[in-house]
Design a protein around this ligand. Structure first.
Ligand SMILES: *Cc1c(COP(=O)(O)O)cnc(C)c1O
Length: 392
């Protein structure tokens, strides 16, 4: 069936809950870092479907891995052993030094698992009164009830009362504030090394080191939310590695399965056996097809690939560095935030869209999350479009 864009838009708004501020484009196909809409117009993709399409659209090796598994078993449930998730978990543990993995289907679910794991670890060891989790102001951890509660932004705490009890919010990059918030009830601290939705705001290295040291000293679990920063996005396998810390729990999702819905909770030595039989689960989690996609993506994130991401970051910095209208560039690897001097980010996004470039915003900034394997020529071409729009 072929549709005009206007028909699609009308059908969408009359039948789908209007929870998203959609842009006026419907995409029908793509190839790598290029996308095509209903009118056949071509776009360069600096969004990766919000950090999901790690290897771009229709990556051949990824497709083959997924298709091969589709031809064997698509789904059978976690009541049986399946090969792709076993291979993936082994690889993830080997590459991170974490001890065990739990598989879910999204970022919020991964954070739910992380929160449950932290609370149970503390319950098992200290009893029922040590359950509080400290998260950071301006954080984003998801849209479920628990992860909304964990999110340190007031406007996420509207309409759906009562929220989950047991979260405290500390100011980022303020060790003294964290110390003040820690009590005998604290069981975990949860951070994003770079606050993604919060405007691509990186934490200071010294602060992250201090948080890790305080947590270690008090047997408070350190949870790093790597839903956006994980799986090569920052030029590191996981961003915590750039900060030289060892978290107790890492949650991840977005780019992990290269475009399929997937999430994972990685657990370290302390809490590797905390989530035991019956304490947590998911019908779809670790689904063979999705795990096969993730195995393909994850096994390609080697040193050489990560080094290329860091080179692409340098290209971005160099290209945009001299741009008059740019106030600052933050972020790491292919996760970049751009603060503008006298332009509205949403207007720039719209103008880029007209000119065949997809970008994102985060708070008042522009946000770039291109596919990790974007060709340098397309990266440059996209940056030229962006620069022209910003400087106009
Ligand atoms: C996107 C995101 C989430 C939520 O992930 P979903 O897959 O949308 O549930 C959680 N934490 C961070 C840091 C994110 O960027």
């Amino acid at each position: 069936m072929t549709y005009t864009f206007d028909t699609l838009k009308q059908l969408d708004s009359s039948n789908i809950a209007n929870t998203y501020p959609r842009n006026d484009v419907a995409f029908v196909s793509g190839n790598g870092s290029l996308l095509y809409d209903t009118e056949g117009k071509e776009y360069i993709d600096f969004t990766s479907g919000i950090g999901v399409n790690a290897m771009g659209i229709c990556d051949v090796a990824w497709q083959e891995a997924v298709k091969e598994q589709l031809g064997k078993i698509a789904h059978i449930s976690n009541l049986y052993y399946t090969i792709p998730q076993i291979e993936l978990a082994k690889l993830m543990c080997e590459k991170t030094g974490m001890k065990k993995v739990f598989f879910g289907n999204s970022g919020a679910e991964a954070n739910e698992g992380a929160i449950k794991c932290a609370r149970k670890y503390s319950f098992d060891k200290y009893g029922p009164d040590r359950y509080e989790i400290i998260t950071l102001v301006n954080s984003f951890h998801g849209r479920t009830m628990a992860t909304l509660s964990a999110t340190g932004q007031d406007h996420f705490h509207e309409f759906f009362m009562p929220f989950l009890d047991g979260f405290q919010y500390a100011q980022p990059n303020d060790t003294e504030d964290l110390k003040k918030k820690i009590t005998a009830k604290t069981c975990a601290v949860m951070i994003e090394t770079i606050q993604g939705e919060g405007g691509v705001q990186p934490l200071d290295r010294k602060y992250v080191e201090e948080v890790a040291a305080i947590c270690k000293e008090k047997d408070i679990l350190l949870i790093v939310d790597e839903v956006q920063t994980g799986n090569g996005r920052t030029g590191w396998l996981y961003s915590y590695m750039a900060f030289g810390i060892t978290p107790d729990i890492v949650s991840t999702a977005k780019g992990l399965a290269g475009g399929l819905p997937f999430g994972a909770v990685l657990m370290g030595e302390k809490c590797k056996d905390t989530l035991n039989s019956g304490s947590h689960g998911s019908t779809f989690g670790g689904n063979p097809v999705v795990a096969a996609g993730a195995l393909n993506v994850f096994s390609r994130l080697d040193e050489a690939f990560l080094a290329e991401i860091k080179e692409k970051e340098k290209m971005i910095d160099k290209f945009l560095g001299k741009c008059e209208n740019i106030e600052s560039i933050t972020g790491m690897g292919l996760m970049k935030g751009i603060a503008l001097k006298n332009k509205d980010a949403k207007e720039v996004l719209k103008e880029c869209l007209k000119n065949g470039l997809l970008i994102l915003t985060a708070k008042e900034k522009l946000r770039l999350l291109p596919p990790l394997n974007i060709e340098n020529s397309l990266l440059e071409k996209g940056l030229s479009i962006l620069k022209e729009v910003i400087e106009k």
